[in-house]
Design a protein around this ligand. Sequence first.
Ligand SMILES: Cc1ncc(COP(=O)(O)O)c(C=O)c1O
Length: 367
Amino acid sequence: MQSSKVTVHLNILAENIAALREKLSPDCQIMFVVKSDAYGHGIGPVARRAAEVGVNWFAVAYLEEALEVREAAPEAEILVLGPVSGEEIPGCIHHRITPVIVGADHARELSEAAAGHTLNAHIKVDTGMGRLGIVEGCADDELDTIFGQSNLHITGICSHLAAVDLKRPWLQEKQHERFVNAYTRAEKIAGRRLLRHFCSSRGVQYYPEWDHDLVRPGILLYGYGCTDPRMRVQTRPFLTMTSRLMQVKDVPEAYPIGYYSSYRTTRDTQIGVVGMGYADGYLRAMSNRGEALVKGQRTSVVGRISMNWITLDLGPDTGCKAGDEVVLIGEQGGESIWADRLGRQAGTIAYEILTAIHPRIPRVYAG
Ligand SMILES: Cc1ncc(COP(=O)(O)O)c(C=O)c1O
């Protein structure tokens, strides 16, 4: 029996959107990044609620995701951040989805595929991420080619920050300078203003002067990336993950726990076995490191995480029994465990903790 579930509190998402909105100028819109199943929260319900509270732009990685957003938000603008292929262009046109153009060859391919139609697209500029997009500074010919494509109508231009490093601010400053050069040149060729967007969450927090026409946050709207209360935007996480104790048993001191006995009890204690494992997306790196909340108490994950079970050292005489709720991400009794904390314990980031949660775990939507 599936004992685990993810609960997504959509009212908190609405509050997070309002908290960001309040800090932006009225001319700046939110482009909410909902790729990877809305960072594990569920793309359809998240996009639907965001659209209901006024978000008009969404960003995804693939066309398939864009189609899910289109169902949830029929009127919204949707940008695909990854390069779509020519074969996907009929789908983009039919569903009013905007691709990015990552180079001159890509522009030719998409224009050809759009024959007989006009395809709106945004140019993606590589200003220092070294990933997708035309390389700023070497791109003049490419820009001419892109604007020369008869079936493309370029409506926007964007770039992505590789870092917002407070100790080395010149990294992001150089990127922004390149972005300004790129849109200045592109708008000169176009002879009109383009929609400009540059900042993901950390950029939004630290560089309000770089908001441009759209900001493109993901993690901030999922409640992370605002650890310092002095930061510009404060949001709250709204995905909780719970499971249940499958067995509680008394064991003596020095009792071996889990594969290869990587943990031995340090006293007579109770071990609780939780119905979740690495196959559910609870990272094996949490072995002997993670924590869970049971009866409002913080307890330690002990032994190696196995495919379907986690072992907790509950302590002696806890009164816990099989069936009790275990909070793996969330709050209970004034204690909390959020994905950024788990990320630190597992040597990774909140993004990976959230997107690793297996789609098999049922999502329940509250609020
Ligand atoms: C191009 C692009 N823009 C925006 C984002 C959102 O980033 P964040 O979740 O850090 O706000 C991402 C996320 O990976 C991205 O790839």
